[in-house]
Design a protein around this ligand. Structure first.
Ligand SMILES: [Zn+2]
Length: 247
């Protein structure tokens, strides 16, 4: 499973970058996890838009879903601008926020399906398992498994031992780190770098990628703040195009 960071910013994208978006690939199959502001522009550096097989959404805050409209319009115009058959594309989201789920649809351009959070979901070579996070709106973390690798994505959440347990055995944990050590993440349903490190330490994952990064301070400081909490884990911060093949 190849994982590529398309966007990593909290709230809004900085110049030439994107809010939350992660491309996962196995063989020829490509899934976009979350589609925040700026993602559709940045994604084209790593994949043709027409090659994306599925999009799966953790929750309906704009920094995770803001570019779904751009994907609708691409799909609408694709038959005009590309003289080739459209390959199937489906957008998956939970239906605990019906208005948010409805916004995944636009004039039938892309089929949508709601995932049942208590049931595994198989999409191509990937199996998704969902875990509710601690966030002001319904939001789901995802454990993504292939035959050879496991990815855990925290989505947006406050610190949670349940999520740490859900991440056990993952090859890579992508965890949100919206505030620096000593800051207040919990009031907003987010984690600090220290808490992301604690979650990785409890899960005993070999690799932690800090993401959903704030618009202040020096992101490199977060690596050290997290590392103290998980000394046996390799800690990195997300950046545009960061990628790793898990096996
Ligand atoms: Zn959110």
């Amino acid at each position: 499973m190849k994982v590529t960071v398309i966007g990593f910013w909290h709230a809004f994208p900085e110049a030439g970058e994107a809010a939350s978006g992660y491309l996962i690939e196995e063989g020829d199959y490509k899934i976009l996890i979350d589609c925040g502001s700026g993602v559709i522009s940045q994604l084209q550096q790593y994949s043709d838009l027409g090659d994306i097989d599925a999009v799966i959404i953790s929750h309906y805050h704009n920094d995770h879903v803001g570019d779904i409209g751009a994907l609708h319009y691409f799909r609408l115009l694709q038959p005009v601008i590309i003289d080739a058959p459209q390959q199937p594309l489906t957008i998956y989201g939970h239906n605990e926020d019906p208005a948010g789920f409805d916004n995944l649809s636009f004039q039938g351009t892309i089929p949508t399906e709601d995932y049942a959070p208590d049931q595994p979901l198989e999409i191509g070579p990937f199996t998704f398992t969902f875990f509710k996070t601690t966030h002001p709106v319904p939001c789901y973390a995802m454990r993504v498994q292939t035959e050879t690798a496991v990815l855990f994505y925290s989505a947006d959440t406050g610190f949670s031992t349940e999520l740490a347990h859900a991440a056990c055995g993952a090859d890579l944990m992508i965890a949100e780190s919206t505030a620096y050590k000593g800051g207040d993440g919990a009031s907003f349903g987010h984690m600090t770098s220290e808490e992301a490190g604690q979650m990785a330490g409890l899960a005993k994952v070999p690799h932690l990628l800090l993401t959903h990064l704030p618009h202040y301070g020096t992101h490199d400081d977060m690596i050290g703040e997290a590392q103290i909490e998980c000394p046996d884990t390799k800690v990195e911060k997300a950046s545009s195009g960061w990628n790793k093949t898990l096996s």
